[in-house]
Write a protein that binds this ligand. Structure first.
Ligand SMILES: Nc1ncnc2c1ncn2[C@@H]1O[C@H](COP(=O)(O)OP(=O)(O)OP(=O)(O)O)[C@@H](O)[C@H]1O
Length: 341
């Protein structure tokens, strides 16, 4: 999706530009530029994150995500542009922001000689009204390695301690740089549940991730970053629902898993059976044996017609699901290319 489409998906920031209008974004980045050795690794980046929402920043390795997040955290100073977190400047107003912002760095950023639970207790003591440490430790399974020093923790365990430390102070804004990288599926679920709970409590959550399922499941808004700029922006549904894909808007997919070798022409005609819509609105493919993708204007009647066709042909499908015309990963690869960075 070209930038012009991305801009169309992003709510117009015009009112926020006026000094009189309050900005409802908890995080607002405008025209951010950050250079290393004369090279702009962040190059005019625009980003907004709202309270009570998960904002995901996706992009290939080296795209500038961590640098952007670090500018928001006040760990780096922009070379140009503005960054506002809760209306404040993360560098100049660092002391005022510290109690209101939670940060989970990509490398953990934790002191290594301290025991895990001791560290969390120490961090919680810095806040006026922290979350109960034992409850948080229980939720993230920290008790199993409570007395192990951070140095000796596994990568996933260290990530869990870093997340606990980021949220223990009941922050209004949380920055999570690849929060579930290296975590086992159980830990990842615990992290996702915690993130959803923070969102329900009105926290603005900004996360970077390389896991497309994480972004698709969690994010209310996605910014795709490449070469230091946002190249597409919108909800997951907006990004995957045919916009910029060559399909008409509203195009979706019925995915059927069943026995291989079904009659593709028959299946393609099935959704339009007995209806005014023409079957030419549909395409059918069997991208791998026994997996069928029917792409077209999916609605309840079309889905019923597909299952009726399967029944007529004595086929008991293992699964029938509907979704966007493309996955978030398809969109990501289309936008950023398939070459390694
Ligand atoms: N301190 C630094 N000095 C020089 N170059 C740097 C520095 N920090 C980052 N870079 C470079 O800036 C670019 C952007 O890095 P950044 O860490 O922001 O990318 P990213 O999108 O977070 O990547 P990843 O997905 O791999 O974490 C990279 O090319 C990186 O090598």
């Amino acid at each position: 999706m070209p930038l012009s489409d991305a801009t169309a998906l992003e709510p117009a920031p015009a009112d926020a530009a006026s000094p009189a209008a309050p900005d409802d974004a908890a995080v607002r980045v405008r025209g951010l530029v950050k250079r290393y050795d004369g090279r702009a690794v962040v190059d005019g980046l625009e980003l907004a994150a709202r309270p009570g929402a998960v904002t995901a920043v996706l992009g290939p390795n080296g795209a500038g995500k961590t640098t952007t997040i670090e500018c928001c955290e006040g760990l780096r100073s922009p070379d140009a542009g503005t960054v506002r977190v809760l209306g404040l400047d993360p560098v100049a107003d660092a002391r005022r922001l510290r109690p209101r912002v939670g940060v989970m760095l990509q490398d953990g950023g934790l002191p290594t000689g301290v025991r895990a639970l001791e560290l969390l207790r120490h961090v919680s003591a810095m806040y006026a009204a922290p979350r109960p440490v034992d409850e948080l430790a229980e939720r993230l399974g920290l008790h199993a390695f409570a007395r192990t020093t951070v140095r000796r923790l596994s990568g996933g365990q260290r990530q869990r301690v870093a997340l606990a430390a980021a949220v223990v102070g009941r922050p209004e804004v949380v920055f999570l740089d690849e929060p579930s990288a290296g975590m086992d599926p159980q830990s990842r679920r615990a992290v996702w549940d915690l993130v959803r709970e923070l969102r329900a409590d009105g926290v603005a959550i900004v996360l970077t991730t390389h896991l497309m399922d994480e972004a698709a499941d969690l994010a209310d808004h996605v910014h795709v970053v490449d070469h230091g700029r946002v190249i597409a922006s919108g909800t997951v549904r907006e990004l995957t629902d045919g916009v910029g894909s060559g399909h008409p808007a509203g195009t979706r997919t019925v995915r059927v898993e069943a026995t291989p070798g079904l009659d593709l022409d028959g299946l393609r005609a099935a959704p339009a059976t007995g209806r005014d819509t023409r079957d030419t609105a549909w395409t059918a493919a069997e991208p791998e044996p026994g997996v069928y993708l029917l792409t077209g204007p999916v609605d309840a009647a079309a889905l019923a017609a597909v299952t009726a066709w399967l029944a007529e042909h004595g086929v008991l499908a293992r699964s029938v699901t509907t979704g966007g015309a493309r996955t978030l990963e398809d969109v990501f690869l289309d936008l950023t290319g398939r070459n390694l960075r």
